[in-house]
Design a binder for this molecule. Structure first.
Ligand SMILES: [Zn+2]
Length: 412
């Protein structure tokens, strides 16, 4: 017998979410589900659903949760993703330090630690520190199934490498994924602002969102229709090195990337440190700027407010073009809260189309320091639980997945 006799039959087969990974995806998306829920949402037959649930259960990837709605006297079983079946190790590397975390399979960080190290000291130095942090965070017997690394530069996602990063001396083309090969698990490398965008978008069901990371430098990530927009080279949406509106008045401030007049050269943390020094106020770093703003230092408040306006100018065009529902600001400078945000709001509302800003929300990240590691865990889990990879996992666990071909053909 064959499903390929007519186009109609073939199309029907393709529409069905039939792989084990796709059934698991339902639990990642919806939380708790009964057997009947899975049958209804997936459109699969009862026997196929039973087979998929048995395989996921045998692998320990789903677990039974307390009785759900009663069907004819007997409470029906409900199932959910077994979030602590295995763990994901993630690290969000910034310009002057990183946050490393052990996350569960839903992306929630369970343990984390922050370490100060400058990214321009190079990959060997930074990644050794990351390794040590993972070792310290891992408990005996924790099974790590995936590693996610976020870096403050443009990333060629498929290759797991950074490409021409303006501030990451020594990292260009470095095989970051290869460095972690001793773990023997998938390693994903992602831009820091992209991972933050996913962390803010997914759990809140915001399908269209811009994430701005304002720390020493400026990063931005775009999630539209629920997907990261990378562009053809991974450079999409990088507003930090577009020309600042304020730069049109003169020759433009020199930027770390070698260009002049970039948004970052006016609104990045390092630029504010520079401007404070010019005003006779010495601070070491962005944390020092935030401390001054919190103390109410007039010059620091003025400079951060101005940085917000410069950012707002830069992001206003994106808002008109892409019409996001939310802009989320994270990174160290986001700790200045309204002092920074008021300038962003002022310029975005002034310059974007009214229809594009009617329901737009501009807010500070609630995940704060943990936004990066959370998003990295979600992206790593996405890769891990793709239909083909999950079948590899089940195979390595010796779980019988049943015959897929027969299951599809036998669909009622
Ligand atoms: Zn630049």
């Amino acid at each position: 017998m064959s499903n390929h006799d007519s186009d109609g039959a073939l199309r029907k087969v393709k529409d069905v979410r039939t792989h084990v990974g796709e059934v698991l995806a339902l639990f990642r998306e919806h939380g708790e589900l009964s057997r009947i829920d899975v049958i209804e949402i997936s459109g699969l037959s009862r026997s196929t659903v039973n087979q998929r649930l048995n395989a996921l259960f045998a692998a320990g990837l789903i677990r039974e949760v307390g009785g759900g709605e009663s069907t004819g006297g007997r409470p029906s079983s409900r199932f959910a993703l077994n979030r602590t079946r295995a763990y994901l190790a993630t690290v969000d590397v910034g310009a002057t330090g990183f946050v490393a975390a052990i996350c569960d399979l839903t992306g929630t960080p369970l343990r984390h630690r922050s370490v100060s190290v400058d990214v321009w000291e190079g990959p060997d130095r930074v990644l050794s520190e990351v390794d040590a942090a993972f070792d310290a965070l891992l408990a005996n017997g924790d099974e790590i199934w995936g590693i996610g690394i976020g870096v403050p530069g443009p990333v060629e996602f498929a290759a797991g490498r950074v490409v021409n990063p303006p501030i990451m001396t020594g990292w260009d083309g470095f095989d970051i994924a290869g460095w972690f090969s001793r773990y023997g698990v998938p390693v994903i490398v992602e831009n820091d602002a992209n991972s933050r965008a996913v962390a803010e978008a997914r759990p809140n069901h915001h399908d269209n969102l811009i994430s701005l990371k304002i720390g020493t430098g400026i990063g931005s990530g775009l999630v539209f229709n629920g997907q990261i927009i990378r562009g053809s080279e991974g450079a999409a949406g990088d507003i930090g090195h577009t020309r600042a509106a304020v730069a049109s008045d003169g020759p433009g401030q020199p930027c770390r990337c070698g260009n002049v007049g970039c948004v970052e050269a006016y609104a990045g943390g390092w630029a504010i440190v520079r401007d404070l020094a010019a005003a006779g106020i010495e601070v070491d770093d962005v944390a020092g700027v935030v401390a001054l703003v919190k103390q109410g230092n007039l010059e620091a408040v003025r400079l951060v407010r101005q940085a917000g306006r410069t950012l707002g100018d830069a992001v206003a065009a994106l808002v008109s073009i892409l019409n996001p529902e939310t802009i989320v600001v994270s990174g160290q400078l986001a700790d200045c809260d309204e002092v920074l945000l008021s300038g962003v709001r002022e310029r975005v509302y002034q310059q974007s189309l009214p229809l594009a800003t009617r329901n737009l929300r501009i807010r500070v990240s609630e995940l704060r320091d943990l936004a990066g590691v959370t998003g990295l865990a979600l992206i790593t889990a996405d890769q891990l639980f793709e239909a083909e990879s999950i079948e590899g996992i089940l195979e390595s666990l010796g779980v019988d997945q049943g015959s897929r071909a027969v299951a599809i053909a036998a669909r009622d």
